[in-house]
Design a binder for this molecule. Structure first.
Ligand code: 5GP
Ligand code: ZN
Length: 138
């Protein structure tokens, strides 16, 4: 599987070793390293060795490689509570435009990921309509 990396991307530079990083594990398709500004101790990033901003742009074999790595890293961190997070687009809090999964231990209320969860209360008909719109395009 050939890598597709970008010249000017900070995470592609990390994969190429042009920018230093604290690597924890890598495979032919993925690279895992410590987040430089962790939300909690152990905060790790898993990235594909394929440059793309959005998850839906990443070939399946890279996606299939990353989640088992995230599991392995989560087990190695040993946190009882943790979040696996993957942001797509700046409105969705993506800062680095190269797909990455965060593994973020949640040791207590104050550290780790804080989430705002503005839940709506649609009718069951509205929920069903949403599902039908998605199903039509699958
Ligand atoms: P995002 O908000 O895009 O999902 O998260 C980007 C993450 O990358 C942030 O948690 C940030 O701390 C981390 N990050 C940004 N630049 C670097 C870097 O040069 N090295 C490392 N190790 N992490 C970085
Ligand atoms: Zn990149």
């Amino acid at each position: 599987m050939s890598q597709k990396l970008a010249d000017d991307c900070i995470f592609c530079k990390i994969i190429r070793g042009e920018i230093p990083s604290c690597k924890v594990i890598e495979t032919d398709l993925s690279y895992a390293f410590m987040d430089i500004q962790p939300l909690s101790e152990g905060h790790t990033l898993i990235i594909p060795k394929y440059h793309a901003q959005f998850a839906h742009e990443v070939p399946d074999e890279y996606l299939a490689d990353m989640l088992p790595l995230a599991k392995k890293v989560a087990l190695a961190i040993g946190a009882k509570n943790y979040n696996i997070l993957q942001n797509n687009g700046s409105l969705a809090h993506q800062v680095v435009p190269h797909v990455h999964f965060h593994v973020i231990p949640k040791p207590n209320e104050a550290e780790g990921l804080g989430i705002r969860w503005p839940a709506k209360s649609p009718s069951i008909d509205e929920v069903k309509k949403s599902s039908e719109a998605i199903i039509q395009k699958l």
